[in-house]
Design a binder for this molecule. Structure first.
Ligand code: URA
Ligand code: SF4
Length: 231
């Protein structure tokens, strides 16, 4: 399936998305993938990816972590500030919430494969701070070949999409988290997928009266995914 078809955009739209930044800037990751694909070769090749403009300002590519043949694959949005510095996914504040929730769901983080829809940190500078910027659809499209290759190698039983960016990449369409969360559905490629909230969205509720319910719902979604992956 072409990237355009998978992502549910017309080929003309895909060309427009890529072309908007100039063709050289978003040629997409396809041309950077190795011929022989395992996690080691993918990880090594991703360091040289110039599939979109994000490699330029980021410190490094953040590929993935976890069990190579995991039953459960977690897909986030993109590395954050901490992840960009350390080169590992979910090691910052969102990662701490994720770790806690995985623990409360009875899931060992070492047993899952963790990656992101977009593999370089997108941000703008505000003085000395680097402020997270949501990836554009064009970045998600450009980066999709890496995720597709990871899916082919890891062959997870269930993919958990953490938030709308992951949903967009894996399901190939706009996902509405509140409407779709918590149940296993099939992607157009026949992959079992469960959509849930992003741990950063939870973080924003930290001191809110809604925290307990939101956190419990997140843990419940992770449990549902783990259960589906075990059957
Ligand atoms: N948020 C994400 O989506 N991914 C990370 O790796 C870190 C924060
Ligand atoms: Fe390549 Fe993805 Fe990084 Fe863009 S974000 S340069 S497509 S790895």
């Amino acid at each position: 399936m072409t990237v355009a078809a998978h992502l549910g955009v017309a080929p003309t739209t895909e060309r427009w998305l890529r072309g908007r930044m100039g063709d050289e800037e978003r040629p997409g990751a396809e041309g950077f993938l190795p011929a022989e694909r395992d996690l080691e070769s993918l990880r090594a090749a991703a360091t040289g990816c110039r599939g979109c403009e994000l490699y330029r300002d980021a410190t490094q590519v953040v590929f993935s972590a976890g069990r190579p043949r995991a039953a459960l694959m977690l897909v986030g949005e993109q590395p954050g500030d901490r992840e960009d510095v350390e080169g590992e996914p979910f090691v910052g504040p969102a990662g701490r919430i994720l770790d806690q929730a995985l623990g409360d769901a009875g899931i060992d983080r070492d047993d899952v494969y963790v990656t992101n829809a977009v593999k370089h940190f997108r941000f703008h500078r505000q003085g000395k701070r680097r402020i997270h910027e949501k990836p554009a659809v064009g970045n998600i499209v450009a980066c999709h070949p890496w995720l597709e290759a990871e899916l082919a190698v890891v062959q997870p039983r269930v993919v958990v999409c953490l938030g709308a960016t992951a949903g967009r990449s894996v399901l190939g369409r706009t996902t509405r988290i509140t409407e779709e969360r918590g149940h296993v559905q099939q992607s157009p490629d026949g992959q079992a997928v469960l959509v849930t909230t992003h741990p950063s969205a939870l973080l924003r509720l930290r001191d809110d009266p809604g925290w307990d319910a939101a956190y419990d719902a997140f843990v419940g979604d992770l449990q549902a995914a783990a259960k589906a992956a075990a059957t």
